[in-house]
Design a protein around this ligand. Structure first.
Ligand SMILES: [Zn+2]
Length: 214
């Protein structure tokens, strides 16, 4: 007996195929995120973080970029992962980063069951496809059910929330790793992932997200 979630997932995947592609930014048909909206979205500045070479994000969390992040995460528009992942991969290439492996920030298991997918993993797979680099969605796992990162939480609260929230499932000795998420705010999640991967032996770690919330 298929579960309701499974039925919903299949129905939503079928809808993805049937509905015309409409840009989340301007509504025009043809693509989930059109080139014009991508060109008009403000570019974000790259930053650094503890244990990270760089935190790279092509866009600010505004306009079409913000809509794209929300639709991918909450409305199940999985087709958005392709243009979003392409923009992320190109951004990474502009910085000359060529990782050994790409690792998505894992969702807590209960949340992934509820949503049916991990948006960070969808993006990581697209980035991997572009760069022809392997994706390892099982290298990191969540250790506990940390609450959602409320926007009101202070930097310190966010840091405390995610410290110890991840564990490495195997060693990553000597590896250069790009950690992928959809959006970053304080960078606390990416830093917690980087710390875990470094403990597992990773040599260099970068953060890569589609958007940066300021
Ligand atoms: Zn558009």
């Amino acid at each position: 007996m298929p579960t309701l979630t499974a039925i919903r997932r299949v129905a939503s995947a079928a809808l993805d195929l049937l509905l015309p592609r409409r840009c989340v930014g301007c509504g025009r048909e043809g693509a989930f995120l059109c080139d014009r909206c991508i060109a008009e979205t403000p570019r974000a500045a790259d930053t650094t973080g503890v244990g990270l070479q760089l935190v790279l994000a092509p866009f600010e969390m505004k306009g079409a970029a913000q809509k794209a992040v929300h639709r991918l995460k909450y409305n199940g528009v999985r087709g958005l992962a392709a243009p979003m992942g392409a923009a992320m991969a190109q951004h990474l290439q502009r910085h000359g980063v060529s990782p050994d492996v790409i690792v998505p920030v894992p969702l807590h298991r209960s949340r992934q069951r509820e949503r049916g997918y991990n948006q960070a993993e969808l993006l990581a797979r697209e980035v991997g496809r572009w760069l022809e680099a392997p994706v390892d969605a099982g290298l990191l796992a969540r250790t506990e059910s940390a609450g959602p990162q409320a926007r009101s939480a202070s930097r310190e609260e966010r840091q405390a929330n995610v410290e110890g929230a991840f564990k490495a499932q195997r060693e990553a000795i000597g590896k250069s790793i790009v950690i992928v998420d959809d959006v970053t705010t304080t960078g606390a999640t990416l830093q917690a992932c980087a710390a875990t991967l470094r403990q597992a032996g990773a040599r260099r770690t970068w953060g890569l997200t589609f958007a940066r919330e300021i």
